[in-house]
Design a protein around this ligand. Structure first.
Ligand SMILES: O=c1ccn([C@H]2C[C@H](O)[C@@H](COP(=O)(O)OP(=O)(O)OP(=O)(O)O)O2)c(=O)[nH]1
Length: 271
């Protein structure tokens, strides 16, 4: 297998791309392919692909998100060539990983679809029409026969002209467990936990204050009660004593009065 360059590469590209071929897009042995008009982002709000046009040319792939990018050019790969595909280093160095790849079969017809993942810490911005993808052409040692080339009969990507819904269905099923999403979740759980600890702390402080106040009130009440009880006891005792003294005194007064009266009676009788 030899990679095509120069004239041979140009001829193969003209065959594969027709009118879409631009000689300035040849870079060393590769040809630059650009971003087309359909993109699917795994964090899209409505779960649908975004359609890019003159008014909406830019997309942003958030950190930790996966995306499907449709290349603009429609390729008709010659039966005797194999294509190798990748994403440009300038995007890869920002953290954009090319998950899918990495070949185009002899006989393939259609737009190439790239699946990518933003493994970097920042958003990656891409613009419709800008060249982000590369393709290399290689000669194969023996041409493939009709049965062996990529064809519309048995091959699912033949005549690919948009993002197939089967990929959307599997990609929009639930959240991606990306490191960024996990980090955000950990942060939100942490702040929730902190709020809970604050609430627990406040409840504990209020409970301790209420218990202390109750205990203090109870002790004061008990002291007051005991004090009142003791005073009543003393009062009762004093009352009893006073009664006793008063009664005894009265008894003795009455007694002495009687005795005087008796004496008087006695003396009157004797006279
Ligand atoms: O990232 C890629 C890789 C391949 N292709 C195209 C070109 C390739 O010729 C065709 C089939 O690729 P592959 O054989 O790897 O895919 P498959 O899932 O096995 O499809 P099929 O069942 O049609 O062979 O899909 C893409 O659009 N993007």
């Amino acid at each position: 297998m030899a990679f095509l360059s120069g004239n041979k590469l140009e001829k193969a590209l003209e065959k594969a791309l027709g009118d879409q071929f631009k000689s300035e897009r040849i870079k060393q042995l590769s040809y630059e392919l650009s971003l087309g008009d359909e993109v699917f982002l795994t964090d899209s709000k409505d779960g649908k692909p975004e359609i890019l046009n003159e008014n909406n040319r830019v997309i942003e792939i958030n950190p930790g998100q996966f995306a499907l990018l449709l290349a603009d050019e429609k390729i008709s790969m010659p039966d005797n060539k194999l294509g190798l595909i990748s994403i440009k280093a300038s995007e890869k160095l920002k953290g954009l990983l090319n998950v899918s790849g990495f070949h185009v079969d002899p006989g393939f017809n259609g737009q190439l679809l790239f699946s990518v993942y933003n493994a970097g810490p920042s958003k990656i911005t891409l613009k419709k029409g800008n060249p982000y993808f590369l393709i290399w052409f290689a000669d194969i040692t023996e041409s493939l026969n009709n049965e062996e080339v990529y064809s519309s009969k048995s091959n699912t990507h033949q005549n690919q002209s948009g993002i197939p819904t089967k990929y959307l269905d599997s990609l929009k099923r639930g959240e991606l467990a990306s490191p960024n999403i996990l980090l955000e979740k950990i942060k939100s759980i942490k702040s929730e936990l902190e709020r809970h600890w604050w609430a627990i702390g406040i409840i504990l402080a209020v409970s301790i204050a209420a218990c202390t106040r109750f205990y203090w009130q109870k002790t004061t009440y008990e002291e007051g009660f005991n004090d009142g009880y003791n005073k009543k006891e003393i009062e009762e005792k004093v009352d009893k004593k006073v009664d006793l003294i008063f009664n005894n005194k009265m008894d003795s007064i009455i007694d002495s009065k009687f005795r005087k009266l008796e004496k008087k009676i006695d003396t009157t009788i004797v006279k």
